[in-house]
Design a protein around this ligand. Structure first.
Ligand SMILES: Cc1ncc(COP(=O)(O)O)c(C=O)c1O
Length: 456
């Protein structure tokens, strides 16, 4: 057991206990302040995801992307499981070092970095950095000459809602020149990375094309005398079960492409930088109605004869887009609430919109929802809220608004503590495969996630 996570970091629950049970206890028994919002994070779900990753992508070593959700419980749980981490800035690197994650398990993958942050990486002993242009290369050569550079290539991410290759990644055409420039600067280039785009990528073939492109860049590098030995597949893995492509399907396409272009025994270590895959489904958010206003139909333009309701209702809730719902801006999310109080089937519904607690007209969380009339203080529950919501979450005053209650079942905790997962050897060799605990995945991957009847 690595010691990053301890029993005091989470609520231990027993067999049969669900996230909803915990939410119920916290909403009914918790603080009665109407401005309250909070997350419940199922760390068992995170563990399950990890086992599923190892089972389906046995050759790939995951480096979790910190910016996706930097909450301490998640980082500690993932560190405990032996994952590496991918950082985009100094604050993330420092957060990981504070938790005790060793430098060799951290990669700095933002291709556009401030010089001060490159120096910080050098000071912390973080050696693997990305680049996609000459200016960046020169910056790293000056501030961190012993860095091991990974060349990020652009991909066809046209099927992804978050198209990162629009601004990041070198074209295949420019790679030879960049590799030659790196040689002149005496920089070591050790591999290639890409990112097929974040968020419900609908075309797993984007991975095949990018892996094939990476092979070409490896050949260029080898011709120029580099020992290229790292392939980083980036992120883009689905985080929820309602995504267009299942994780297993994506993994199967990736495995076939790896077998074709980077077959086992070729001496190349395969990494990936999953973000939402690990955390999206683990987090559930509970918010309250803090204010409401009825808008008569003559102001909404709705006509009662069409069967529409005579009014619509505007609700203000305790979190908005400047807090946990920043995923509406940054991740194209369309939050859909579940009502804590179940409505009766004959209750009339009204067209409703949800707004955050600020007076800003951009603080608009959801529109066109059909909801029964809600009361001040009622709770709304939002599932699948783990990706790009936490960590960046701060109110206008810069305060963290939402508390997170972490939970894990005893069975899962026993597995994490090493009773079922083989212990990980902590070596400096970042190319070694992770301990394969996947054989217990099937045992843990049975619902309900929380496993007996009360919080201990
Ligand atoms: C370099 C890099 N890697 C990985 C990710 C994670 O993507 P996802 O959350 O889709 O897995 C991102 C997200 O933007 C990224 O910029």
């Amino acid at each position: 057991m690595a010691g990053y996570l301890s029993e005091s970091d989470f609520v231990m629950v027993e067999e049969g206990f669900t996230t909803r049970d915990l939410l119920e206890e916290l909403t009914l028994g918790g603080p009665q302040d109407e401005g309250t919002s909070f997350f419940v994070a199922d760390l068992g779900d995170v563990v399950k995801k990890h086992l599923r990753f190892l089972k389906n992508l046995p050759r790939v070593r995951p480096f979790y992307v910190v910016k996706c959700n930097s909450s301490p419980g998640v980082l500690r749980a993932l560190a405990e499981l032996g994952l590496g981490f991918s950082c985009a800035n100094k604050a993330e690197m420092e957060l990981l070092r504070h938790i005790g994650v060793p430098a060799h398990k951290i990669i700095y993958t933002s291709p556009c970095k401030q010089a001060a942050q490159v120096k910080q990486a050098a000071r912390l002993g973080i050696r693997m950095l990305s680049f996609d242009n000459e200016v960046e290369l020169a910056k790293v050569a000056r501030s961190h000459p012993t860095a091991r550079m990974v060349l990020r290539i652009a991909t066809d991410d046209s099927c992804s809602p978050a198209r990162l290759s629009m601004k990041l990644g070198a074209t295949l055409k420019s790679c030879r020149h960049l590799l030659e420039t790196a040689k002149k600067m005496n920089m070591e280039v050790v591999g290639v990375s890409f990112h097929v785009g974040s968020g419900c990528s609908s075309d797993p073939q984007a991975f095949t094309q990018s892996i094939a492109d990476a092979r070409l860049v490896f050949e260029m590098g080898t011709e120029l005398g580099y020992r290229m030995h790292i392939l980083d597949l980036g992120g883009g893995f689905p985080g929820t079960e309602d995504s267009k492509v299942r994780f297993e399907e994506m993994a199967s396409v990736i495995n076939s492409a790896l077998d074709m272009y980077f077959p086992e025994g070729c001496g190349v270590d395969i990494l990936a930088e999953p973000g939402r895959y690990y955390v999206a489904s683990a987090f559930t958010l509970a918010v309250r109605i803090v204010a409401k206003k009825e808008v008569p139909s003559d102001q909404t333009g709705l006509d009662e004869e069409d069967g529409a309701s005579p009014k619509s209702i505007v609700y203000h809730i305790s979190e908005g887009v400047y807090g946990a719902f920043n995923c509406v801006f940054f991740d194209n999310a369309c939050p859909m609430p579940i009502l804590q109080k179940k409505p009766s089937p004959d209750q009339r519904v009204y067209s409703s919109s949800l707004w955050g607690p600020t007076c800003d007209d951009l603080d608009h969380v959801a529109e066109g929802l059909c909801l029964p009339e809600l009361q001040l203080g009622d709770w709304l529950i939002f599932e699948n809220m783990g990706a790009y919501t936490v960590g960046t979450t701060a109110s206008c005053s810069g305060q963290q608004t939402c508390q997170t209650t972490y939970a894990m079942s005893r069975v899962t905790w026993e597995a994490v503590r090493g009773r079922l997962l083989p212990p990980e050897e902590d070596t400096e060799d970042m190319c070694k495969p992770l301990s394969c605990g996947w054989e217990i995945a099937d045992t843990l991957c049975v619902g309900p996630v929380f496993a007996p009847t009360s919080i201990i």
